[in-house]
Design a protein around this ligand. Structure first.
Ligand SMILES: [Zn+2]
Ligand SMILES: [Zn+2]
Length: 264
């Protein structure tokens, strides 16, 4: 499913108060929440999403003195993606010194009211992620605001989802369950919930599953269910190629990339 973009004109955005700093590329995306009360009524009322985004922009311009809403994009429960600062513009939401590293994507949930992200919000965040990868020269990282900055943002439920590798919710929200991302793209099996690392050797079926997948991608390694020096070396080289931290540990992101990263 293509991104369902709500343009600035569509949501009645105010003009930015000045010109944006241009951004050639980023390492990926940082995910945010509002940090305040979000009226659960927006789930059945998209006009409520529009009003909320407008009020966030007013707060950032009038309260914070920023030139525009701080976020690059905003994801709402209706799987719509509001255009904030947009592509190739420096966001303001990640914290001082951290804005050039990542686009900032807000999921419309808060710390009260609507706290658990509806599937539509998760899909919309991922639609925005794919969009900035394709059009905004963003890398593969998906992180939370709290990664590298002292904040509780993006809240526990959203951050736990990021840590799980930001999987698509089952089905893609188009009423056609089971078709994953809707485009026949590969989808990773659920992350096993533990880190595959060495030393000491990690053993198990989850290791075997990962090794089988890496071998299918063309890497030279034994599918023996034992994550030792050889697996960790393959992991490191794979991580470098994907532009993520090369710690040689298969966590949620590295796990997901083994299935979902395009074959080069
Ligand atoms: Zn944040
Ligand atoms: Zn909405």
């Amino acid at each position: 499913m293509a991104i369902d973009l709500v343009t600035r004109r569509d949501w009645g955005a105010r003009a930015p108060r000045g010109s944006y700093t241009q951004l050639a590329s980023t390492k990926g995306v940082k995910v945010h929440y509002t940090g305040g009360l979000v009226n659960p009524g927006i789930v059945t009322d998209h006009n409520g999403c529009v009003s909320l985004v407008q009020s966030i922009q007013r707060g950032h311009q009038d309260g914070n003195g920023w030139l525009d809403i701080g976020y690059s994009f905003v994801a709402c429960p209706h799987r719509k993606v509001f255009e904030g600062r947009g592509l190739h513009h420096l966001p303001a939401a990640n914290g001082p010194g951290l804005n050039s590293g990542h686009y900032a994507v807000l999921g419309l949930v808060g710390n009260a009211g609507l706290v658990e992200p509806p599937d539509g919000v998760l899909h919309a965040i991922l639609d925005a992620v794919e969009y900035v990868r394709e059009r905004g020269d963003a890398g593969l990282e998906i992180k939370g605001h709290r990664d590298g900055y002292a904040t509780d943002c993006p809240g526990e439920p959203l951050y736990a989802w990021v840590r799980r590798g930001a999987p698509r919710p089952g089905g893609d929200g188009d009423g056609d369950p089971g078709d994953g991302e809707g485009g026949g793209e590969p989808e990773a099996p659920p992350f096993p919930g533990r880190l595959l690392r060495y030393p000491p050797v990690t053993r198990g079926e989850d290791v075997r599953t990962w090794q089988r997948q890496m071998k299918a991608r063309g890497w030279d390694l034994d599918v023996d269910g034992a994550y030792g020096a050889q697996s960790s070396d393959v992991c490191r080289r794979f991580q470098r190629r994907q532009g993520v931290e090369d710690d040689g540990v298969v966590g949620p992101v590295t796990w997901r990339l083994a299935w979902e990263a395009p074959l080069s």
